[in-house]
Design a protein around this ligand. Structure first.
Ligand SMILES: [Zn+2]
Length: 373
């Protein structure tokens, strides 16, 4: 089962909420309700998360402006996540996309401030911090004002995976390449994380300590992912194709293919037209196992395979980071590799990882990437 609930669609983006979010609503009901009761607490929490949603929509719209599709936005208890189909790598694009989220909060804060002041004057109240905990429209708006400021400030901490980390990398990216910019941003983030950790220990703030640990490790992951992409970018698909891969005839039966699969470690088998050598489809362990479960031992493999029109394709000259991107965009396990019009083989994420592991063992990753310790 999925742990996310779909709330609706905005600008063609699915808005989802993680089921654990309900815990935050209960927490909000108990903590933000004050003298007005738990229902008011729920209203405050929902208002807070609509700010997070608007923040994520800011990132999403900026990304879509650069032609990057957004898969969905999920609200989690710790905040929101907008899943972009790919990360913008051009410094200017990354800078704009990263800034767009916090910018939404800044704009909201700028709009809220005069509204609150006018409202307070009309009600004959002074604008004070005490307002924050007062139930009512004024209290709610004042709470949202401070929440917007906190969201903008927190997210601009220059450490991955926060927006500030991306802003820093994008800014460095104007002066150096993407890899070096990432390495430098990771180091800055880690230094900050250690600093935050020391402050947390000194002041005894557990939540701050958790954030410090999170930033420290998440930054390392970003650095490694970028280093890995740098390696994959230099390897062509042709080098990842299994030579002499076994191909099947469309007339082979499910039973025959199953016994072949038990002795051959190849994960996916191309089914080829015997006359032309063109790809008709792909037989995977899963499709064959499913057919066997249904007792279709004698069926032709051509009737149970993934049809070629559902298999994405890529050129033999493409690089492995392109394969990785393409696989991330489809539900297919494999991509068909073509040399012009000629089918040359299948490539999967496992092939990408195999090549990557080989290269990292041979030491070429360490030289490119920045690793801790
Ligand atoms: Zn953000």
């Amino acid at each position: 089962m999925s742990w996310s609930l779909k709330l609706g669609r905005i600008f063609g983006i699915d808005i989802k909420v993680h089921l654990t979010f309900l815990l935050i609503l209960i927490w909000g009901a108990l903590n933000y309700g004050g003298s007005a009761g738990p229902l008011y607490g729920v209203v405050v929490t929902l208002a807070l998360f609509s700010l997070v949603l608007l923040h994520e929509l800011g990132h999403s719209l900026a990304a879509m402006g650069y032609g990057i599709p957004v898969k969905d936005i999920t609200l989690l208890p710790i905040g929101g996540v907008a899943r972009l189909e790919r990360m913008p790598e051009k410094p200017l694009h990354e800078l704009v996309v990263a800034l767009a989220g916090p910018l939404v909060n800044v704009i909201l804060a700028v709009v809220l401030l005069p509204v609150i002041t006018v409202l307070a004057v009309l009600q004959g109240e002074a604008v004070t911090l005490g307002m924050l905990t007062q139930p009512g429209l004024l209290g709610l708006l004042a709470f949202l004002l401070t929440a917007n400021i906190s969201l903008a400030v927190f997210n601009m901490i220059p450490a991955f995976p926060l927006d500030g980390g991306r802003v820093l990398r994008a800014t460095l990216g104007f002066f150096t390449d993407y890899q070096r910019a990432t390495q430098a941003a990771v180091i800055v983030g880690r230094v900050l994380a250690v600093g935050l950790g020391l402050v947390a220990i000194y002041t005894g703030q557990i939540f701050l300590a958790l954030i410090a640990v999170f930033i420290f490790f998440a930054g390392g992951q970003e650095g490694q992912a970028v280093a890995a992409r740098g390696v994959l970018r230099r390897v062509r698909v042709a080098q990842a194709l299994t030579p002499h891969a076994v191909a099947l005839s469309p007339e082979a039966t499910v039973g025959q293919v199953a016994s072949l699969m038990m002795t051959n470690r190849q994960p996916d088998f191309p089914v080829l037209d015997p006359a032309t050598g063109q790809l008709l489809g792909v037989a995977s362990h899963r499709s064959v196992a499913q057919a066997m479960e249904q007792g279709r031992w004698r069926s032709r493999i051509a009737d149970v395979m993934q049809q070629a029109r559902h298999v994405p394709t890529i050129a033999l000259t493409a690089t492995l980071d392109e394969v990785q991107d393409k696989l991330a965009q489809t539900s297919s396990r494999v991509i068909a590799v073509y040399d012009g019009l000629h089918f040359r083989g299948l490539v999967s994420l496992e092939d990408v990882y195999r090549v990557f592991q080989f290269l990292s063992r041979s030491g070429s990753v360490g030289r490119i990437g920045w690793q801790a310790g």
